[in-house]
Design a binder for this molecule. Structure first.
Ligand code: DON
Length: 329
């Protein structure tokens, strides 16, 4: 990145102070428990692929991970079943529709479009292997533990709130059951989906999870493998094309790195082999993305030329490799 640790920390602090007073957006309220979040909560955390941690704001504040969980459960489904089997149940096509849209789930398509929208995420969760609800939940929590580097817990109030207000998710699950996309453990899988959304994390945890993806599946703090390297490509591809709801195209154009947001106000973004970025701030824009989170990521991408298609990255890496081969010859 060509920047000292001190000046990088100073840049994060500046971004934090610059956007702390921005009060656009609304805290999600369609799940009653989420409405209790404080709109002033705000933190930024960057973890490098070699395990250095930079924090601005209160990165210890706990909140529920929500849709950011979809990324990691997708990885677990791939690990449990392999690429082809997962692809037969969940596609990889962006929709341009809101995350909770049910309209494309019809007799013609049957298969949900991608694992980042609710329908696809429920289908993905239904693929988690295990003998009964407890074993499946424990396998899921164990997977999250490898990413964050410590035990994780579920916020029971949010879980119950999700479950009692999740009629639309239940409708999607029933349709997918009818189409044969999910098996007869539908209620168990829905509970598992509500539980994964209700898992508690803080901004630092999210940045470590993001850095684990940046570091090809190995947690850079603990050294534990969280997901096989061969699935990083699958995970980052769908994050890039589908991770920011129906803002994904604009995000790819302006910020240009794989990312995922959640309705509690978290965003993770991954610069492969370099850093994992996390921002947490509950007020959301009309797409459901954190307003301050988008601003911070846009600025970081611009200042450090993080966009995938900024010249210094992919191309020069390939050129380096070509140079090495030529040198050997
Ligand atoms: O299914 C729901 O309503 C939420 N628990 C999902 C949360 C979320 O962040 C939606 N985003 N894709």
């Amino acid at each position: 990145m060509g920047v000292s640790s001190q000046s990088f920390q100073a840049i994060l602090d500046d971004l934090y102070h610059k956007y702390k007073t921005l009060d656009d957006g609304k805290v999600a309220s369609y799940i009653p428990e989420l409405a209790k979040m404080n709109p002033n909560w705000f933190s930024i955390c960057v973890v490098t692929a070699d395990g250095r941690v930079f924090v601005a704001g209160d990165a210890e504040q706990l909140f529920t991970i929500q849709s950011i969980s979809k990324v990691f459960v997708y990885g677990l489904a791939l690990e449990d079943h392999g690429r082809e089997a997962v692809l037969s149940k969940v596609g990889v096509e962006p929709t341009g529709d809101p995350f909770n849209s049910i309209i494309r789930l019809d007799e013609y398509s049957k298969r949900p479009d991608n694992p980042m929208i609710n329908a696809g995420a429920i289908a993905t969760t239904s693929l988690i292997k295990g003998n009964g609800a407890t074993e499946r939940l424990n396998r899921m929590l164990d997977m999250f533990r490898r990413y964050v580097g410590h035990d994780v817990y579920i916020d029971m109030s949010v879980f119950v709130s999700e479950r009692s207000s999740g009629h639309r998710n239940r409708a999607m699950a029933s349709l997918m059951r009818h189409f044969g996309m999910i098996d007869d453990r539908m209620d168990e899988s829905l509970d598992l989906y509500f539980q994964q959304c209700s898992m508690m994390v803080n901004c630092r945890d999210l940045a470590v999870m993001a850095a684990t993806l940046a570091n090809r599946g190995i947690n850079p703090i603990t050294g534990d493998r969280a997901v096989p390297t061969r699935y990083i490509r699958d995970i980052l591809s769908v994050m890039y094309t589908c991770g920011m709801y129906n803002f994904a195209g604009q995000w790819a154009y302006t910020v240009g790195i794989p990312a995922k947001s959640g309705v509690s106000g978290g965003i993770i973004a991954i610069v492969p082999r370099q850093v994992g970025i996390a921002v947490f701030s509950p007020p959301l824009d009309t797409h459901g993305n954190s307003v301050r989170g988008i601003k911070v990521c846009e600025e970081l991408s611009r200042q450090f030329e993080l966009h995938m298609f900024d010249p210094p990255m992919g191309c020069s890496h390939l050129l380096e490799q070509l140079g090495a081969v030529r040198g050997e010859g």
